[in-house]
Design a protein around this ligand. Structure first.
Ligand code: ADP
Ligand code: MG
Length: 375
């Protein structure tokens, strides 16, 4: 097992442009970004009901003003995560923010302006093409959605694929039982699978009378690499597995705004549960002695467990709306993102060799050294 250094969760902020409607309504911006210093200033509108300081300034690893391109976000922020996945680390990229701020734009994008997920397909396969011929790769994907604390397989049309259980494997970690896994041979095939999942998502939405802003979607890619030039003691090639989660979270807006009642209110409470637990987990992870972290309190945090204070490399893209009427939600997203910056992960390469055995060998060597010193 190869251990990495401690690695903070990388937090970047992207602010979408004012929409045409907002421009027409002559809304002012409450967010001001300075790319040179990586800082964002948020100014409380004069007519705001909120109290506190009139303005706040935050700094992040990267900030993306309204004119930032999809490719700059991929190249500066996401590329290194995918490179690590190719080396056998786990990686997670998640988009957080109020509905309508550009999470899906950032993660999925459009055919003529693709987002992070389709860009990763090209990247993975060009990496494979350029790799040493002694390395053999297997790329597979799955696509799921969490809605009302139920996991739905977006690549399966089976009726029973709507409440899949989460299991834990002692070596490979948390996984979803019976989730469809599709082996992909090229970027085109991955795009087709992504499209199929997105289509199924729309069908499920109509059926259940919901919108995508109320569910979390996770697109997972697994990259296995067998290195024929590196054999273990039994003569088998060493196999590394990197897993990538790309998460488009449900809208983070407070539900009181929507004045939900009845079933919608229950739905709102359940959606908040995952986001609230995510917030609690983030808060606790930033404390000195966090104690018990409630990962198990929601499906989302359970699935992202390895990515939050765990062994993955993680990027959070916080999406903002710049108009003054979004001030409260935008301020709340900035505070959330600012806390997430402090989480530390400890990425390790996932090797298919038994890491425990290697660790024990190290421990035995250490004990021997101690015995020698006592002599
Ligand atoms: P969310 O998934 O957070 O609810 P969307 O990604 O659907 O938000 O974005 C809402 C609208 O704003 C869409 O019409 C989208 O095309 C537009 N939009 C979002 N981000 C940008 C951006 N960076 N540049 C241009 N348009 C954007
Ligand atoms: Mg969306």
């Amino acid at each position: 097992m190869s251990e990495g250094k401690e690695d903070n969760v990388q937090v970047v902020v992207r602010c979408r442009p004012l929409s045409q409607k907002e421009v027409d309504a002559k809304y002012k911006m409450c967010v001001h970004m300075n790319r040179a210093t990586g800082s964002i200033r948020i100014v409380r509108p004069k007519d705001s009901q909120s109290s506190g300081e009139p303005e706040h300034t935050y700094t992040f690893d990267h900030i993306y003003p309204p004119d930032a391109t999809q490719s700059s976000i991929y190249d500066e922020t996401c590329r290194r995560i995918i490179n690590s996945v190719m080396d056998g680390f786990n990686g997670t990229i998640f988009a957080y923010g109020q509905t309508g701020t550009g999470k899906t734009h950032t993660m999925t994008g459009y055919p003529d302006d693709p987002g992070v997920i389709p860009r990763s397909f090209q990247h993975i396969f060009s990496h494979i093409e350029q790799a040493d011929k002694t390395k053999q790769f297997l790329v597979s994907v799955s696509y799921l959605e969490i809605y009302r604390e139920k996991i739905q397989d977006l690549l399966s049309k089976k009726e029973n694929a709507v409440d899949l259980p989460i299991k834990e494997h002692p070596k490979s970690g948390v996984y979803v039982k019976d989730l469809t896994i599709v082996v992909c041979k090229d970027p085109k095939m991955m795009e087709a699978v992504m499209q199929k999942g997105s289509d199924n998502r729309v069908v499920a939405e109509t059926k259940m009378n919901k919108t995508s802003s109320r569910s979390h979607s996770i697109f997972q890619i697994s990259v296995e690499c067998a290195d024929l030039s590196q054999l273990d003691k039994d003569g088998n090639p060493i196999v590394r597995v990197g897993r990538l989660n790309m998460v488009d979270l449900a809208g983070s807006e407070r539900q009181s705004k929507t004045e939900a009642t009845g079933d919608r209110l229950m739905e709102a409470i359940e959606i908040n549960k995952s986001l609230l637990t995510l917030g609690t987990v983030i808060n606790m992870l930033t404390k000195k002695n966090p104690g018990h972290i409630p990962y198990r309190d929601s499906k989302l945090t359970r699935l992202l467990q390895d990515s939050l204070g765990g062994n993955a490399k993680t990027v959070m893209i916080a999406n903002l709306g710049p108009a003054e009427y979004n001030y409260d939600e935008t301020f709340s997203t900035l505070k959330y993102a600012n806390r997430a910056k402090q989480i530390k992960n400890k990425p390790v390469i996932n090797s298919a060799n038994d890491p425990l055995v290697l660790k024990m060998q190290e421990e035995i060597a250490e004990l021997k050294r101690m015995l020698e010193m006592q002599k």
